[in-house]
Design a protein around this ligand. Structure first.
Ligand code: HEM
Length: 130
């Protein structure tokens, strides 16, 4: 069964547009990663202020490989460039360190915190086909 990795992003109300713009211009490389099955950026409407970056993978190993890959770095490259160019720290909680993912920099800080959640898919369903 697949596994789900959700990156839960704390985003101040004034930074929502910035975050969504950054994702609108995302690298689009995750699509080519081995074992990648699904991605969604979920905007909170009610009950929470947290944005969710939902990803689904064939296996834990596939996710780990993507996270260690150049594609992951490239998917977060702007943040890495920002860090290297001496932008204000604005590092989100749980940030893996210089050169890694982040959400600050030109265009303003977006996420102020990030938490990675892991799940195993127990059941899933899709619409019945006629
Ligand atoms: C450590 C904290 C993290 C923060 C603050 C963060 C934030 C961001 C931001 C702002 C983008 C848009 C591109 C950019 O501006 O660079 C992005 C891309 C993305 N992030 Fe993260 N991210 C983090 C870690 C993760 C993790 C652990 C996952 C795993 C679920 C993940 C999944 C993705 C995906 C799938 C994309 C799109 C990449 C592509 O199009 O190839 N991120 N992230």
């Amino acid at each position: 069964m697949s596994i789900v990795k959700i990156n839960a992003l704390t985003v101040p109300p004034e930074a929502r547009a910035t975050l969504e713009q950054r994702f609108a211009g995302r690298a689009g490389m995750v699509e080519a990663a081995d074992g990648f099955e699904w991605f969604e950026l979920l905007r909170p409407v009610e009950g929470t202020d947290t944005y969710l970056v939902y990803t689904r993978w064939r296996s834990e190993e596939d996710f780990q490989k993507w996270q260690a890959s150049n594609a992951f770095q490239a998917g977060h490259a702007r943040a890495a460039t920002d860090a290297a160019s001496g932008q204000p720290p604005a590092r989100p909680v749980g940030h893996p360190g210089p050169g890694g993912p982040g959400a600050s920099g030109p265009g303003g800080q977006a996420a102020t915190g990030a938490q990675l959640w892991s799940f195993e898919v127990v059941q899933s369903a899709a619409p019945a086909t006629a």
